[in-house]
Design a protein around this ligand. Structure first.
Ligand SMILES: NC(=O)c1ccc[n+]([C@@H]2O[C@H](COP(=O)([O-])OP(=O)(O)OC[C@H]3O[C@@H](n4cnc5c(N)ncnc54)[C@H](OP(=O)(O)O)[C@@H]3O)[C@@H](O)[C@H]2O)c1
Length: 327
């Protein structure tokens, strides 16, 4: 397992990446934030593997319908639907999960791809800093509410997968708030929270949540000898809409950015490759289709403590009890 270095980053941006197409018949897949960017290209590649159903979970139904039509035309795959999901609203997340539960569908792959960086509104209507809610709190809420549907799927021989898109910027996240009595409250109350660091911190939280969820699932008596593969994915620096308000992001993208189609390869690989399910323990961080060591803040006993604290504090905020999660 490698670790981030500038040399590896630059080399990785031009690395040749690939995945073996798999047969996804009988599989139901959700990709959040898939109307544009990496999520769109991920959905398109998965559509070519012929799943039972592909759901594009997006905040703008008009844009999602357009993406659905395009993917249908380009791939010929027809069982694809736009579903309304606004991660800036806990009510929308709960409505989405309820709709999915009532559909009676199983869930084989949950690809949490949607995110924001430097959003125009500092706070959501729910009162949380927007990046924190969209990238971490709502993504966690959605994952936990969909766990029962994912757990039902473990009856099949194919281990279901939960994936969160993170970023290599999680290596540079500065989190002095970890010494505060409550990390989330402290972060949420600070209007001085720098935009770039806000995004980095939420991407660090994605890695920590994945690690903690994997540890809890590994101990879960409900799963027995079955498993749910949980991973985080760094897609690499990509020429998409995210971060267009940041000059340094724009310059870096001009110099090193790659296409969304190429960056989607790691998401598709982690969502489908049989070898990913064999690489235990789960909770790994993938970059350029390889498991790599995540940031120091996530490692060892201190990393586990931080992930555990974040889990407990986040459950309080999203008002989900351990009993409701049923791990
Ligand atoms: N691009 C990069 O260089 C890069 C590098 C590392 C990691 N990533 C990660 O890759 C993932 C995909 O990013 P991208 O580069 O493809 O960015 P993008 O083109 O901006 O796509 C982001 C997607 O998230 C959606 N989204 C934003 N806010 C939402 C909300 N409140 N509810 C539901 N959906 C929402 C967007 O919808 P709208 O179209 O309606 O805005 C869009 O579909 C993100 O997790 C990002 O952090 C990107």
């Amino acid at each position: 397992m490698g670790k981030y270095s500038t040399f590896n980053f630059v080399k990785g941006q031009w690395e040749s990446l690939s995945f073996e197409p798999q047969d996804l018949s009988e599989k139901v897949i959700i990709v959040t934030g898939s109307n544009v960017g990496i999520g769109y290209d991920t959905a398109k590649a998965l559509a070519r593997m012929n799943p039972t159903k592909l759901i594009l979970a997006c905040r703008n139904v008009g844009k999602a319908k357009k993406a659905v039509d395009e993917i249908k035309t380009v791939t010929g795959f027809q069982d694809i639907e736009p579903w309304d999901l606004d991660l800036a609203s806990f009510a929308s997340v709960r409505a989405f999960a309820k709709r999915f539960d009532e559909s009676g569908l199983q869930l084989h792959v949950l690809l949490n791809n949607a995110a924001v960086a430097s959003p125009p509104d500092f706070r959501t209507d729910d009162g949380f800093e927007t990046t924190l809610q969209v990238n971490h709190l709502s993504t966690m809420l959605l994952t936990l509410l969909l766990l029962p549907a994912i757990r039902r799927t473990t009856a099949s021989t194919w281990a279901p997968r939960i994936i969160l898109l993170t970023s290599e910027v999680h290596y540079w996240a500065d989190l002095p708030e970890r010494t505060a009595p409550n990390i989330l409250t402290t972060l949420n109350n600070s209007t001085a929270w720098g935009t770039a660091n806000r995004y980095r911190v939420t991407k660090l939280f994605n890695v920590l949540f994945v690690q903690e969820l994997a540890r809890r699932l590994a101990r879960s008596p409900l799963l027995g000898d079955r498993s749910i593969v949980v991973s985080s994915v760094n897609p690499g620096l990509t020429n998409t809409n995210i971060g267009v308000g940041s000059l340094s992001f724009i310059v870096k993208k001009l110099l090193f950015g790659r296409s969304a189609e190429r960056s989607a390869i790691t998401s598709v690989y982690v969502a489908t490759a049989p070898e990913v399910a064999k690489l235990t323990p789960y909770g790994r961080y993938y970059s350029n289709c390889m498991a790599e060591e995540a940031a120091d803040l996530t490692l060892g006993v201190e990393g586990e403590e931080l992930a555990g604290r974040l889990w407990r504090e986040s459950l309080e905020v999203i008002e989900v009890t351990d009993a409701e999660v049923k791990l």
